[in-house]
Structure formats: structure tokens, C-alpha cells
Design a binder for this molecule. Structure first.
Ligand code: F6P
Length: 371
């Protein structure tokens, strides 16, 4: 009998999920394995199970299609993350039911494609005997165990496109334009997009900001004859002495929703500088659409290596992009235990500072030794 792999996509969606599914199914099929898609995240393993057979013929067009053909969920019976560093155990009763159904479906292994919340659940499942292999997904790029998660590059491309567009309108009207981007508690999207899109001010969760510094930067630009300014702000950025700005709504998974910092920054800049200021919140546009070519190759490599790890029974592990640029396994424990955040003293930030980009703080680097 052919061995069967279950594939599940969990957490918020992002471009490239389908490309990973395609890679697992294609490689699996070539080596005589069957694949079964689990619908709607882990909840698809609960009674009544929701599954769909995945054959190579069903994979046409998936390399470039956004979203996930399997559906996803960051709420429901399996939600495990509620906030920064806060975890909730999935009830044993739920895990037992999923395990019974997993066995009844004749599955040999489960490929779990998700971010830290989903991989935290995968670790719990592994601990109770599920043969799981993880694939790191998230536009936030906040998993320490891999050099990059898939979806991030596409989100950055979307943010850069927005900055390019905002530049021309900002310049035409001599305005300050503020772009709020996602990323939760990490500033990767803002930092990379800010560099690639020529932002003048980058506000990230890793560096608290103050309005005096932002005002100073805008004034300095005015003095240079530059009457427009581009600000990119991560949703998790915080004003000195203040906490995260949230929508006051809590998601179904109990996790607080970040958002609103862009409009606060917009209003304060306008009040202080008297310059017309506008804010754009990029929101879920960053998670939609086709993956970039970088993400497509990354997803394909992740998928094939996840399959290879299954064939080697490397369970309780996640495929990762290593420092040497190669794919390799890391334990799920390593993957979920450390959030990767932008280093305020690191090369990325120092490079930006060397261009005169402000992080909304008073720091002027004494030297550029970190570059
Ligand atoms: O983790 C991915 C992410 O897009 C974050 O950047 C963002 O804060 C969150 O998910 C939004 O979640 P939701 O789709 O539930 O609003």
C-alpha cells in the first residue's frame, strides 16, 4: 500500500501556501506517495473530518496562486497562541480525537505549513505521537530558526510597491505620507520595505520612537528643499513609554489585533509640523495575490525538503533555510521558542542609519562598524 501524507495549512494565509502544497504532492507522487489535504486548518481532522485527495493533476497553476486551496484558520479548537509569548494548550480531548481520525485516514505523516502559532500546535501534536514535519510560513518573518519564512518577500514587494506609489503623490503635494504595514511584534516588513522603497522614517517595534525625532527629520528635509517625507510604520511600533496600539478588538483566537498606529502618527505629525499628512494602512493586501519569484522557489524547496524529511522520519522537525543558504531540519522546539526580531544594532538598521533614515529615535551612530 502507498504511504499517505496529510497536508494542513494553519494560521493566517500568505502567498506561497499553494506552492508548498504543490511541491509536496509532486515530489511525493514521483516517489510513490499519496497526499491528502486537510481542510480548514487542524479542525479538518476533527469529526466529521474534512479532507480532499491531492493528485498531481490537481496542482496545475498552484505555483503562482495566492491563498490556500485547503483553507486555513487561526481560530477554532486548535488555537494555541494568544499574544506575544502567551500560549494556550490545545485540550487533550481535541488532540485525541484528531489522532483517532488521523489513524483512521491511514496517514503516515502530517506536513504542517504554518507560523509560530501553528507550529506550536504541531509541537503539542508531536509530543502526543503525531508524526509531524513543519514548514515555516509567515509574512512577519519572525521565526528565529530559519533565515527566512515564505510569504515575507511577497509582503515586502507589496509594501515597496505602495511606497513607490506614495512617493510620487507625496512629492506632487508636498505632503508627509505614512504607510502602516503588518509584521506583528517584528519590524522586518517595515525595515526591508523602508530600505527598498526609500522611506525617510522607519518605525519598528524593536526601537521605540518619539515625535521630536520624527519632526526633526521632517524639518531637516525641508531645510534641504525636500518638501515631502515618507514614513513607514510597523503595526507593532510603539511610542516611547507606551504600549502597542490595538484595534481594541480581539480575534476569535483570543489574540489582540494590532493596528491604528499609522493614523496616530499621521495626526501627530500634522499637528506638529502643520504639513498635510495622510496615512495608508496596507493591511491584508500584503497577504494576498501571487507569490514573488523568490517565494516561489523558497516554497518549492521547502516543500520538497519537507517531503524528504518525512521519508527519513525526521518528525518533530521543521524545514529551515540555513545560514549557508541550504535547506535543513531544525526541531520544532527550536522553531517555536524564539521570535526573530530586527536587531537595533544590526547591519540592517545601521545601513539605514548610514543613509540618514530616521528610526524615530535620537541615535546617531558613532561609527558604522556593524555594516
Ligand atoms: O501573522 C501574520 C499577520 O498578517 C500579522 O502581520 C497581522 O498582525 C495578523 O496576521 C493579522 O491577522 P488577521 O488576518 O487575523 O487580522
Amino acid at each position: 500500500m502507498r504511504k499517505k501524507i496529510g497536508i494542513v495549512t494553519g494560521g493566517g494565509d500568505c502567498p506561497g501556501l499553494n506552492a508548498v502544497i504543490r511541491a509536496i504532492v509532486k515530489a511525493g507522487s514521483l516517489y510513490g506517495w499519496e497526499c491528502l489535504g486537510i481542510h480548514g486548518g487542524f479542525d479538518g481532522l476533527l469529526t466529521p473530518v474534512q479532507t480532499v485527495p491531492l493528485a498531481v493533476k490537481d496542482m496545475d497553476g498552484l505555483l503562482i496562486r495566492g491563498g490556500t486551496i485547503l483553507g486555513s484558520a487561526n481560530s477554532g479548537q486548535f488555537s494555541a497562541k494568544t499574544g506575544l509569548g502567551e500560549l494556550r494548550q490545545v485540550p487533550q480531548k481535541i488532540l485525541n480525537q484528531a489522532k483517532t481520525n488521523f489513524n483512521a485516514l491511514g496517514l503516515y505523516a502530517l506536513a504542517v505549513i504554518g507560523g509560530d502559532g501553528t507550529l506550536t500546535i504541531a509541537q503539542q501534536m508531536f509530543e502526543m505521537g503525531f508524526p509531524v514535519v513543519g514548514v515555516p510560513k509567515t509574512i512577519d518573518n519572525d521565526l528565529d530558526a530559519t533565515q527566512m519564512t515564505f510569504g515575507f518577500d511577497t509582503a515586502v514587494a507589496c509594501a515597496v510597491d505602495a511606497l513607490d506609489r506614495l512617493h510620487s503623490t507625496a512629492q506632487s503635494h508636498n505632503r508627509v505620507m505614512v504607510l502602516e504595514v503588518m509584521g506583528r511584534y517584528a519590524g522586518w516588513i517595515a525595515a526591508y520595505a523602508g530600505l527598498a522603497g526609500g522611506a525617510d522614517v522607519i518605525l519598528i517595534p524593536e526601537i521605540e520612537f518619539n515625535y521630536d525625532a520624527i519632526q526633526k527629520k521632517i524639518k531637516a528635509r525641508e531645510a534641504e528643499g525636500k518638501h515631502f517625507t515618507i514614513v513607514i510604520v510597523a503595526e507593532g511600533a510603539t511610542l516611547e513609554g507606551h504600549g502597542f496600539v490595538t484595534t481594541n478588538k480581539t480575534g476569535k483566537n483570543g489574540e489582540v489585533r494590532l493596528g491604528g498606529i499609522g493614523h496616530m502618527v499621521e495626526m501627530e505629525i500634522e499637528n506638529r509640523t502643520k504639513k498635510e499628512t495622510r496615512c495608508v494602512v496596507l493591511g491584508h493586501l500584503q497577504r494576498g495575490g501571487q507569490p514573488t519569484q523568490w517565494d516561489r522557489q523558497l516554497c518549492t524547496r521547502f516543500g520538497v525538503h519537507a517531503f524528504q524529511m518525512i521519508t527519513k522520519a525526521q518528525f518533530g522537525c521543521m524545514v529551515a533555510l540555513k545560514k549557508n543558504g541550504m535547506m535543513g531540519p531544525v526541531t520544532l522546539m527550536e522553531a517555536i521558542n524564539k521570535t526573530r526580531r530586527v536587531d537595533p544594532e544590526g547591519e540592517l538598521v545601521m545601513t539605514a542609519r548610514a543613509l540618514g533614515i530616521s528610526f524615530g529615535d535620537e541615535t546617531v551612530p558613532k561609527s558604522l562598524t556593524n555594516i
